[in-house]
Write a protein of this length. Structure first.
Ligand code: SF4
Length: 695
């Protein structure tokens, strides 16, 4: 019997709608959903091969099928009882903050809600952070500091409405392919549309641009301040908008006075003329949209970069209008939903703040806790801090859900020492063989795409349903249910026993908040399709701040004045190369899902270090040579390839492969920098100083 189920792609934050073809026992095909407003039926190579991640062979050979203790199968009853007892014992002996949760932007909003309740209400700790910390936390803090709320103001439709598209620190041609198709279509329809790309590499997105500013890595803030300097002194800013709707311009003007385009050009390694051109196009186009991603976020200056970009939008009044605004492209499929549900150490549900006693009381009441001061006050540890604390022996138990920190976190040597030192490591995963699974005391099999029910929110604040087509293989269970069962085994049931019940609790936490979705329901999403928050008066909201009233207490946006600071690593005589990590078109994160599809290796089959061919020739290096790459934190060996897209003295490596392929524990993250942005706590994965030695 052929059946079809509408759902959402589990890979990137574009959030494309998919139609799963199946026979109720097995997924047989997938195609784009023509009615989904994110993709209108299109899918990229990853999305269009999703059914190949669910073949019978994959189910038998690559999926986790039953719970295991120290590698040996046990029953769910044994797993739940033992884990609950061990967590309780660790809590009793060392306090609730000796337990930490490291969860994932791959989880559904309902899963996030369940784990958030388990951590904060049952265990009593704010130590719950997500791998979104590696992805979007700089964008979160940038939005909050500048506009008052973690709310991307734009819609995908703005791509079609913009006159100038300013892409910085992103390669959407590969990382957000379906959005890039929309951009290509818009440019074909309106060739006068200007596209500017800022990127140290000449990526496919840069090739497509009218203007490519090939800046030195890590110099974005200097560039953006230089552009603002030009806008101010050329008279391209909107003084009436600044006076009426913003605060803090005088301080920022003073700061960027010291960053004239000539100085910015010197720091960034581009021409003064290019900076002036970009500034004029940004400020004077009828509508300017900026698109940005990991190059802006994965930085020790992540918040400074994000706020410097939003400063440009505010100064030129390029916000709150069709085709205009700062638009962060979410990396993961539900990093947004996780933020809404408060599933990070620095957040509470409904965009609340765990440091705010009134917010904690509101959530305690919503969660039905007898004591409305019961939620923990101690600040939670963010991702890097959590593993550093585990390495020091302060965090004794780590519960890792749907993510692979033994590959994806920086400074892998420390991460692995942390996992080895923990008394209890619980790893909850759908796919077998991840690097982190090797450290698990308990390995719990999770259901995944096509097998579970819930919702996700994409980059444009659009909530889509994720639906079950087939049952999970073996004894795998939905992530939310695994959390709920342990809570029950600890004597504190979560009080919601279906995805919809969990979602309704989450929905209630948004009442009266900037992301209010109390008008939405599963039934309405089923009937009318995906909707954007806030959902008020029976309608989603396409664009925020159309009335130029921002989410701050006084309704005025803030100019944020943060100076340019270089990256934490310094490329010097000892380690002269600037290494960055990149994404491939056809792979996803640590490849636990995309890696089971042989076809996806047709684009790039093995990892390699890319260098500029002229740099290679000058050093007597040839394509296929092997080099040892050494940073202050570790070393590994990789094959070389020449790539003219890479500037001189820079190097790049795809982030997808783990240690088993590249001869260093933890893959490329054996080398990367754990230092982070002081505001966003997002580590600097995009800049590592390295030396190279031919083998
Ligand atoms: Fe999936 Fe992203 Fe590709 Fe859309 S663009 S099909 S969401 S990976």
């Amino acid at each position: 019997m052929n059946m079809e189920t509408r759902s959402t792609c589990p890979y990137c934050g574009v959030g494309c709608g998919v139609i799963i073809e199946h026979d109720a026992t097995q997924i047989t095909g997938v195609r784009g959903d023509p009615d989904h407003p994110a993709n209108f039926g299109r899918l990229c190579t990853k999305g269009s091969t999703l059914h190949l991640t669910a073949t019978p062979v994959v189910m038998q050979t690559r999926r986790l099928l039953r719970p295991a203790r120290q590698g040996l199968p046990i029953s769910w009853h044994e797993a739940n009882t033992e884990i609950a007892a061990k967590l309780q014992a660790i809590k009793n002996a060392h306090g609730p903050d000796s337990i930490g949760f490291y969860i994932s932007g791959q989880l559904l909003t309902e899963d996030y809600h369940a784990f958030n309740k388990l951590a904060r209400a049952v265990i009593g700790t704010n130590n719950i952070d997500s791998n979104s910390r590696l992805c979007m936390s700089s964008a979160v803090v940038g939005y909050k500091q500048s506009l008052g709320a973690d709310a991307p103001p734009c819609s995908y439709e703005d791509i079609e409405r913009a006159d100038c598209v300013f892409i910085i620190g992103a390669n959407p041609a590969w990382a957000h392919p379906i959005l890039f198709r929309r951009l290509e279509d818009a440019k074909a329809r309106r060739p006068e549309m200007k596209i500017i790309v800022v990127d140290p590499r000449r990526t496919e997105s840069a090739e497509f641009a009218d203007l490519h500013l090939q800046i030195q890595p890590g110099t974005d803030v200097a560039l953006l301040h230089g552009m603002l300097h030009a806008m101010i002194w050329e008279g391209w800013v909107d003084t009436a908008f600044i006076a009426t709707h913003t605060e803090g311009f005088a301080t920022l003007k003073q700061l960027v006075r010291d960053m004239p385009p000539r100085e910015a050009a010197r720091i960034c390694g581009v021409s003064e003329e290019q900076i002036l051109q970009a500034a004029q196009c940004f400020a004077t186009s009828p509508a300017t949209l900026s698109l940005y991603c990991m190059g802006m976020n994965q930085s020790s200056s992540g918040t400074a970069k994000n706020t410097a970009l939003i400063n440009l939008h505010l100064a030129a009044a390029q916000i709150g209008r069709p085709g205009a605004g700062p638009f962060s492209l979410t990396g993961q499929p539900n990093a947004m939903g996780g933020r809404e549900a408060g599933g990070m150490a620095s957040l509470l549900p409904g965009h609340r703040d765990p440091a705010d006693a009134a917010h904690r009381s509101e959530i305690a009441r919503l969660w039905g806790m007898a004591d409305d001061s019961a939620l923990p006050e101690t600040p939670g540890k963010t991702a890097i801090e959590l593993f550093q604390a585990a390495e020091r022996g302060e965090v004794k138990a780590l519960w890792i859900v749907c993510t692979n920190p033994a590959q994806s976190l920086p400074e892998q040597a420390l991460v692995r020492r942390a996992l080895e030192r923990c008394e209890l490591v619980i790893v909850q995963e759908a796919f077998a063989g991840t690097a982190t699974a090797a450290f698990a005391h308990y390995l719990l099999p999770a259901a995944t795409w096509g097998e579970k029910e819930g919702t996700v929110t994409n980059s444009e604040r659009r909530i889509s349903r994720v639906r079950t087509a087939v049952p999970p293989p073996g004894e795998a269970r939905a992530d939310w249910r695994i959390a709920a069962d342990i809570a029950r085994a600890m004597g504190m049931p979560l009080g919601a026993d279906t995805p919809e019940q969990l979602w309704l609790e989450h929905r209630e936490a948004t009442r009266g908040r900037d992301l209010d979705i109390t008008g939405l329901s599963y039934a309405l999403l089923d009937e009318r399709g995906p909707q954007q928050w806030p959902f008020v008066d029976g309608q989603g909201t396409e664009r925020l701040y159309a009335d130029h009233r921002f989410a701050t207490a006084d309704g005025r946006a803030r100019f944020v004045a943060k100076p340019f600071k270089p990256p934490l690593d310094t490329a010097d005589a000892r380690r002269p190369w600037s290494l960055t990590t990149t994404r491939l078109r056809d792979q996803w994160h640590g490849m636990s899902r995309s890696g089971v599809v042989p076809r996806l290796f047709g684009h790039e089959g093995t990892p390699a270090l890319s260098l500029n061919p002229q740099d290679m020739a000058r050093r007597g290096l040839a394509e296929g040579d092997y080099v040892r790459i050494t940073s202050a934190r570790g070393a590994l060996v990789l094959r070389l390839r020449g790539d003219a897209a890479i500037a001189s003295m820079q190097a790049s490596v795809p982030m997808h492969w783990g240690g088993e392929f590249v001869g260093g524990a933890g893959g490329i993250n054996a080398l990367t920098q754990p230092g982070f942005c002081p505001d966003a706590k997002q580590p600097e994965l995009k800049f590592t100083a390295v030396s190279l030695e031919k083998l």
